[in-house]
Design a protein around this ligand. Structure first.
Ligand SMILES: [Zn+2]
Ligand SMILES: [Zn+2]
Length: 407
């Protein structure tokens, strides 16, 4: 604050209230903010107060206008400070949020790293497992491969043995004929034992025949293919074993059937007897036509099938011995030349399979004869022709699959 007399106002200064000049002599005060002058009587200051103010140093005086402005300023500052506090608080919140977020991100990153570590470990373990599994599988494959190689050797060895067995088949057939002869000689004594022996021998012959038909090389090739290509070798082995079992079983059953019919003959074309007694008729054929002793050769006779007026039923005739049966069959060829026995013929008692085979043979014989071999004949289940010298023969139709026993 300046007062008149001390720091004298300039001539141009006017009172901010009355707008008159403020001279050096006028008692007046100046505003510490706007520096404008005011007569003391214009701004309400009495003389003693003016004197006191003049005497004090550092006393401040503000005009009304400036006081208003200052108050407003103070209020504005207070508001700004309030705002600043709020902003600081907000900034604090945001900072905290950022810190928290940063911490969370850090934690998440750590967790992710941990997870990745776990996954990586898992992948490594899996890869290691797969590798081990592959190694084990390869080992397994290798051992199976070796096994198949070894089996090949075993099968080849087996094949050699089969070949030896095949060769021995002829010997066995001869041996059986010897047994048949022995049977005739020994009569009832030891007969059952020898019969059993002969049956066993027949079964062996069937199995040998079966093995003969078994194409081992083909099966080994098939087995190897199955192993190499799709690993189905176990299934192939099972299939073959099953087939072989079936084959052997079927052949043995057929052989037993043949054995049951071994001494049987079928007589066709004998008229049905009015008295129901066929013995006299059959006895007449055996004795008069074939010149054989009926009671010594024949065990029993019986009509087979259903009676009909149109056609005579065949007669099943059981011979006492296999040799006797063969003798009857050989001599029965004469019946064709005897007028009294026209239409009567004797045949072996064949199984269904043998009948089918027999029919097939006759069909083929007809074809072969028509195709320019009129001399072809059926002998022991084959179609053959004698050569010019009459001794050597050519087989025109393959060997039968079944030619044991019976005939
Ligand atoms: Zn004034
Ligand atoms: Zn002022």
């Amino acid at each position: 604050m300046a007062t008149g007399g001390g720091s004298a106002p300039r001539r141009t200064d006017k009172c901010l209230t009355c707008n008159e000049n403020v001279t050096k002599k006028d008692p007046a005060v100046s505003c510490d903010v706007c520096l404008k002058w005011c007569h003391i009587k214009c701004c309400g200051i009495d003389v003693p107060t003016y004197e006191t103010m003049k005497a004090m140093e550092n006393i401040r005086w503000y005009c009304d206008s400036c006081v208003k402005k200052i108050l407003k300023l103070i209020s504005d500052v207070a508001r700004v400070e309030e705002k600043q506090d709020k902003i600081d608080e907000e900034v604090g919140n945001v900072k905290e949020l950022v810190e928290r977020t940063r911490s969370e991100i850090s934690q998440m990153r750590q967790e992710t790293v941990n997870d990745l570590g776990g996954v990586k470990q898992l992948v490594e373990q899996t890869a290691s497992g797969v590798s081990q599994l592959r190694q084990e599988t390869e080992k397994e494959m290798e051992s199976v491969r070796k096994l198949v190689e070894q089996s090949k050797g075993d099968i080849l060895q087996l094949q050699k043995e089969f070949d030896m067995v095949k060769q021995s088949k002829g010997d066995m057939s001869l041996l059986r004929q010897e047994v048949d002869k022995g049977l005739e000689v020994l009569g009832k004594q030891n007969r059952d034992e020898i019969m059993k022996m002969r049956q066993e021998m027949d079964k062996s012959l069937v199995i040998v025949d079966h093995l003969k038909k078994w194409d081992i090389n083909k099966e080994v090739a098939e087995l190897t293919n199955a192993f190499v290509n799709d690993g189905s070798w176990a299934e192939v082995v099972r299939k073959h074993v099953t087939n072989e079992m079936k084959g052997v079983k079927g052949d043995v059953e057929e052989q037993m059937e043949i054995e049951r019919r071994r001494k049987n003959l079928i007589v066709f074309g004998v008229p049905e007897s009015e008295t129901g007694n066929d013995i006299d008729t059959v006895s007449d054929i055996i004795t008069q036509a074939l010149k054989l002793d009926f009671s010594r050769h024949i065990e029993s006779i019986v009509r087979i099938g259903k009676f009909s007026h149109e056609k005579a039923r065949p007669i099943k005739m059981i011979a006492k011995t296999f040799e006797g049966k063969r003798e009857i069959l050989t001599r029965a060829k004469m019946l064709r030349e005897l007028d009294d026995y026209k239409g009567i013929f004797v045949a072996p008692d064949l199984t269904r399979k043998q009948q089918e085979f027999d029919k097939d043979l006759r069909v083929n014989l007809k074809k072969i004869r028509e195709a320019g071999e009129p001399e072809a004949v059926i002998r022991s289940g084959q179609i053959i022709k004698k050569n010019e010298n009459g001794k050597t023969i050519s087989v025109l139709y393959p060997k039968p699959p079944q030619q044991l026993g019976g005939k």
